[in-house]
Design a protein around this ligand. Structure first.
Ligand SMILES: [Zn+2]
Length: 331
């Protein structure tokens, strides 16, 4: 595979950063019948059934259909502009209590009236379904919505903040300080030994049989290469020498950027920390293939960079009777 094909890294949309400060831009786009809206609610993205069975497409609605449902308090975000000039907006759909005053709108499915086939999908499960344009829009919308939802107040003084720059800044209403969306770097690594076996671990919070590459957040003041070595040493007691960067993928659940590495182990004795990681072992290609086919090992979802790192080492797709969900990479 090509590393540029990582499901959530295939974005093909102009993020239009230079337009974010245009006065009144969002107001104009909300009134623009050509504009389209991507909806996020509780971290899920709005989709509609696709042309292929069991696949979905991103739901993109004209603003005129969305405004009556979400009411005037909605916070709009500029996601980008497509090659054909269509501007795409993101919208974090308020929780039911926030639009309880809107008559005739059911709490559980606020869009049932205007978009009957709309459903709410986890991006980590549908990332491979979406086109490059739609996956870029959805990934950005989910990431930005999560940041807005968790940063309603100023970290300096606790006052309310308001959205500016087309959804890309929050400004404190008291002290005027500006706050920008956060992305948390996390390293994720395919560690191999001298016999080219791959090291996979099982996290304490996972259901039995799930194995993946080790991963962890980069700490303040820490270079990426040291983060790779530290995480592997802490979680399974293996020392890593050479470290090589491979590729990255946004993982906005809620705010991670996964930085994929290959690492060469200097030692092979595994001692799990018993807290984050409760099992870890080395696999030959044959052993992993057999274990996946027998459903003794379930790998992470095809949306994840972990899956791509594992299959890159394996040399092709690994297929078993059970498909893993896209559980949390990193913490
Ligand atoms: Zn403040």
């Amino acid at each position: 595979m090509e590393w540029s094909d990582l499901p959530l890294s295939r974005s093909a949309i102009d993020r239009a950063g230079v337009r974010r400060t245009e006065p009144g831009l969002l107001d104009r786009l909300v009134d623009d019948p050509q504009a389209r809206v991507v909806l996020v609610r509780r971290g899920l993205v709005a989709t509609v059934p696709g042309p292929v069975a069991d696949q979905v497409m991103l739901a993109v609605l004209p603003p005129a259909k969305v405004v009556p449902v979400v009411g005037p308090a909605a916070e709009w975000l500029l996601l980008g502009v497509a090659d054909d000039g269509t501007a795409y907006l993101g919208l974090h759909v308020p929780e039911p209590e926030a639009h309880a005053d809107l008559e005739g709108i059911p709490d559980e499915e606020p869009f049932a009236v205007v978009a009957p086939h709309l459903r709410w999908s986890p991006l980590r499960e549908i990332g491979t379904d979406l086109s490059p344009q739609d996956v870029g829009l959805a990934t950005t919308a989910v990431a930005l919505a999560a940041w807005h939802a968790s940063h309603p107040r100023c970290p300096r003084c606790g006052s309310a903040t308001v959205v500016e720059e087309s959804g890309w800044v929050r400004r404190c209403t008291q002290d005027g300080s500006l706050h920008y969306p956060r992305t948390d770097p996390a390293v994720i690594m395919a560690v191999t030994d001298v016999d080219d076996r791959l090291l996979l671990g099982h996290a304490a919070t996972w259901s039995p049989g799930r194995f993946s590459t080790l991963a962890g957040y980069v700490e303040p003041g820490e270079p990426l290469e040291q983060a790779v070595r530290r995480e592997v040493r802490e979680e399974v007691g293996v020392l890593v020498g050479d470290v090589e960067y491979v590729s990255s993928q946004p993982w906005p659940f809620p705010a991670s950027l996964m930085l994929g590495f290959r690492g060469r182990a200097l030692t092979t004795e595994v001692t799990v920390d018993g807290v984050e990681v409760t099992q870890a072992r080395w696999f030959t290609r044959r052993e992993l293939d057999d274990a996946v086919r027998a459903a003794e090992v379930v790998l992470p979802s095809r949306t994840s960079i972990a899956r791509a790192l594992i299959e890159d080492w394996f040399g092709g797709p690994l297929t078993g009777p059970v498909e893993g969900p896209g559980w949390s990479e990193g913490r």
